[in-house]
Design a protein around this ligand. Sequence first.
Ligand code: F6R
Length: 250
Amino acid sequence: MRVRVLPDEASAVALVADRLCEILAAKPDSVLGLATGGTMEPLYAELVTRFRSGHVSFAQAKSFNLDEYVGMGPDHPQSYHHFMQRRFFDHVDFQPGANHLPDGASPDPAQAADAYEASIRDAGGIDLQILGIGRNGHIGFNEPHGSLCSRTRVETLAPSTREANQRFFSEDQTPPRQAVTVGLATIMDARRVILLATGQDKNWAVHAALEGPVSTRTPASVLQTHPDATIVLDRMAASALEFEDRHALA
Ligand code: F6R
């Protein structure tokens, strides 16, 4: 696992965008694993800027997002389908049908999860998986104390995750209790993984994931055993690392 600590959010985001663009330049038909959430908003904005200035094309790429809330159709303003469409897909040149998210609105979400796992396999697996991290150490919606070898499935969200995501919902709405999420084993199958974490509120999770034991208590800690994982942090997200000198500023 490589760790890069950047001075601020903008430079951390730029480093992840650089890597993604390099990978697409080397393999234009890459299969990208994508995440949503606040951390990803500046990354998608940066990629849209680079696309508009002709520095990257997604025309041959495919994407698979990590998760979607159960019970939310693609048109729901808080759905991850909607997030991805509005923040990214509408502004770049993916071909129609190239972008995939789990079907949270399916009458049988468990079956939809199995079908999603199969569609990732059929696409040849993920070349580059982009991840954020929850304050409780989750990746995707793989919450603490699940299985380290899980596949795409329906997961019940931890109260702390629903609380953290309340900021995306209006006062009279609460986040759904369940999501379909790609599993940890599916994430570990990705040929390359880049986790981006920014801001002080991620520092405990980053410390536990990078310096704690590999444990279901901190799902992101499983990345310690991935053969090609890069963790990109700003100073605030790195601020609880005990061995910060091992992770010199990039
Ligand atoms: C969402 C996802 C989650 C988020 C995590 C951090 O697709 O995969 O694991 O990355 O909850 O969310 P933010 O960036 O909003 O703090």
